[in-house]
Design a protein around this ligand. Sequence first.
Ligand SMILES: [Zn+2]
Ligand SMILES: [Zn+2]
Length: 335
Amino acid sequence: MQAMILDAPGKPLRLAEVPVPEPGRNQVLIRVHACGICRTDLHILDGELKDPKLPLIMGHQIVGTVERAGDQSGQCQLGQRVGVSWLGASCGRCKQCLTGRENLCDQARFTGYQIDGGFAEYAVADCHFCFLIPDGYPDLQAAPLLCAGLIGYRSLCMAGEAEHLGIYGFGAAAHIVAQVARHQGRKIYAFTRPGDAQAQQFALEMGADWVGGSLERPPVPLDAAIIFAPVGELVPAALKAVAKGGTVVCGGIYMSDIPSFPYELLWGERVVRSVANLTRKDGLEFLALAPKVPVRTEVQPFPLEQANDALEALRRGEIHGAGVIEVRGSSESEY
Ligand SMILES: [Zn+2]
Ligand SMILES: [Zn+2]
């Protein structure tokens, strides 16, 4: 099969012909139709996430069809269209796993990072971590639901009942969470890089009630804020913008250092918290909710061999909505 391979951080991905992987116990072989790109891919590429398998096939928003099943993978059926997201495996026995918090399992392994992902014609995944893709979502439009959508959804849940919701960084996750938040009757205040008129226009199109630069003060105190941009300076900025009792949710897996700030900003029972990927329950809930909103994802497709261009466009902030790798040339099965 064709795959884009990461040999080492700091190097561009390399198009290569590699063997189709074999599904093992509890695993299925998925023919990949589409795979979303994500800022986390840049953090892997740049070596900011320290523990990738190498060589690696990145990509953790996989949409594809189950083509072959390994032993004991009964819950996935051949021909089903499934999605695979960042959380690819957990131990199933520890305290976190037994309390529905498998995202916090010390032995969790992640798709496109410690398990080969979807920048390829085929991928193997644990059937317990595959989600059924709702009918009516084309492959390309479904892919961003699997990380951008799921992280956004978990972040929104962590923001509580907030009526006035700030969103810092208006990319793939924000454009999905904004639609869900609007559906729930919340007001949205979108913060972008100062002067990024294009992102601000996009936020308005997605239903934002107010847009501004990241260090501006919103017209009303926020009840909560979600930070998707990986910029530590935004934490004190968001704390300044939230009212007493408000929560600042950091939705990314990586963030630059948070500068020191006066305790006064945290005072008044303000909360700062992170969100670590997703649980399977989040996946089931969000994929049931998305068609009801309905969440419509804006996608910018790239062919597999242009994955490097896609990632660099994401780095430069040039992707409108969500970037998705469209995998072609695999319509004929080898099996
Ligand atoms: Zn992601
Ligand atoms: Zn565990």
